[in-house]
Write a protein that binds this ligand. Structure first.
Ligand code: AMP
Ligand code: MG
Length: 427
């Protein structure tokens, strides 16, 4: 890696800022203060997808409920397997899934059995149908089979009384199936958290209107909506607030009354129209940070009444990066999820990346897996998505990952290894 001269990148000459907070520390400070929501509700299990379980679930039944066949084939008493050569069995009946064979299986007999059918009495072994030779009403079984094979034991997935799910478990599709498999139709979960959000800025106009000189469409409310919607929180869209102290104050108070978390974008810099910090100071409690990251340096975190507050920067890419790095883990904690370090992988950079030491950078990239003749070798390569300005939202749209360049690192040359955070791990 090399260091480029400041003249190449004048906007980054101040990357080492002694007043900036390390991004990890900022996240830690946020996470130590927030607690999971205490309110719970009971929902039909399908509606609980994406929620956190608020009770311990013990199974009242065995899953599976009966010892059953794992294959289509023939059920026999394994003690009758031949030690050498072949053994003939008379096919005495059929067992279907849901329609068991209720008779008694005698010595020298077998039962035609389908996958999932309860094992008939006196049988404990299933011979796959592909492994028998048919001989009229008999089958011939050879000595390659093992006692007990192709049989699923009652309770081998979940035994009666066993803890199936505990408080704090996230309900993904697998948990939905697990709940259904033990016969549970309703489950107690943590309530959804309510998030109020709005944009600040005199220049912002709603989509569908005609722009005048100097105006732009409000895109942040749409990216924020998308990121919040995917988290499965309750969304309260409060629109656009003008850069006026009174209007911002009113909006903050209103939002704090109806939400657990208030999120704003814009107005947290040090421009003459940036009133978020001073408004927060007058009605709430605020930690105002310059975080040593790029994009997204200014970030306000605090509280208005009982609602937590995140004041995100205004630039569209900064909004998304600060959301993913700070707000999303914070909301997940409030929703009751345990914190997991995001999944980061290593990739070879196929583009040169400009980087000055002093701030952690989240450049936007396209990650691909390199096919290799040796299938045990797993390699990835990454390229950046063009210009990386914090206002260039296309750099996010074209990307499938963040390329994370650590605080003290400098330029990345082609062929260097970099850390990559796939979007699939966070969105
Ligand atoms: P600010 O932090 O308010 O100074 O805004 C920084 C930059 O982001 C300015 O160029 C704003 O016009 C732009 N910006 C702020 N809010 C939005 C928004 N909701 N949608 C799109 N761009 C925005
Ligand atoms: Mg502004």
């Amino acid at each position: 890696m090399t260091t480029i001269s400041p003249k190449h990148d004048p906007s980054c000459m101040d990357d080492y800022d002694p007043n900036s907070l390390d991004a990890k520390q900022a996240l830690q400070q946020i996470l130590t203060r927030l607690q999971p929501i205490a309110k719970t509700e009971v929902l039909p299990i399908r509606d609980a997808l994406g929620r956190i379980i608020a009770e311990e679930i013990r199974s009242k039944i065995d899953v599976p409920g009966h010892t059953n066949s794992a294959m289509d084939g023939y059920a026999i008493d394994g003690a009758e397997l031949p030690s050498q050569g072949q053994q003939a069995f008379v096919v005495a009946g059929t067992a279907w899934a849901g329609r068991p064979y209720l008779g008694n299986v005698k010595s020298g007999e077998c039962i035609r059995i389908m996958t999932g059918a309860a094992m008939p009495e006196n049988t404990d072994t299933v011979i796959m149908q592909e492994h028998v030779q048919k001989d009229g009403g008999n089958i011939l079984v050879d000595n390659t089979n093992k006692l007990g094979q192709n049989v699923r034991q009652a309770g081998e997935d979940i035994a009666t009384g066993e803890i199936t799910l505990t408080r704090g478990n996230f309900i993904s599709p697998a948990e939905l199936g697990l709940l259904a498999s033990v016969g549970i139709s309703e489950v107690r979960v943590l309530k959804k958290i309510r998030i109020a959000f709005f944009s600040t800025g005199d220049e912002l106009q709603p989509v569908g209107s005609v722009l005048e000189k100097g105006q732009i469409y409000d895109s942040n409310r749409y990216t924020l909506y998308g990121m919040l919607a995917r988290l499965g929180v309750e969304i309260i869209d409060m629109g656009v607030i003008k850069d006026k102290k009174d209007a911002i104050k009113q909006a903050f108070n209103k939002a704090a009354l109806c939400a657990d978390v208030v999120i704003t974008s814009g107005g947290v810099s040090v421009g003459d129209a940036d009133f978020v910090k001073e408004t927060l100071e007058s009605i709430g409690e605020v930690n105002f940070w310059k975080v040593a990251m790029k994009p997204g340096r200014p970030l306000a975190f605090g509280k208005i009444k009982d609602a937590w507050f995140f004041g995100l920067p205004g630039n569209p890419v900064s909004v998304m990066v600060t959301f993913y790095m700070f707000v999303q883990p914070a909301l997940k904690k409030m929703m009751g999820s345990a914190y997991h370090e995001p999944l980061i992988i290593n990739a070879t950079s196929n583009t040169q990346l400009r980087k000055r030491p002093g701030r952690i950078e989240y450049q936007r990239g396209v990650l691909t897996r390199i096919e290799h003749s040796d299938p045990t070798v797993c390699n990835y390569e990454v390229i950046k998505t063009g210009a990386q300005g914090s206002g260039i939202l296309r750099s996010m749209s074209n990307a499938n990952c963040f390329i994370i360049l650590p605080t003290d690192s400098s330029d990345v040359e082609i062929g260097d290894s970099v850390q990559v955070l796939p979007f699939e791990a966070i969105v």
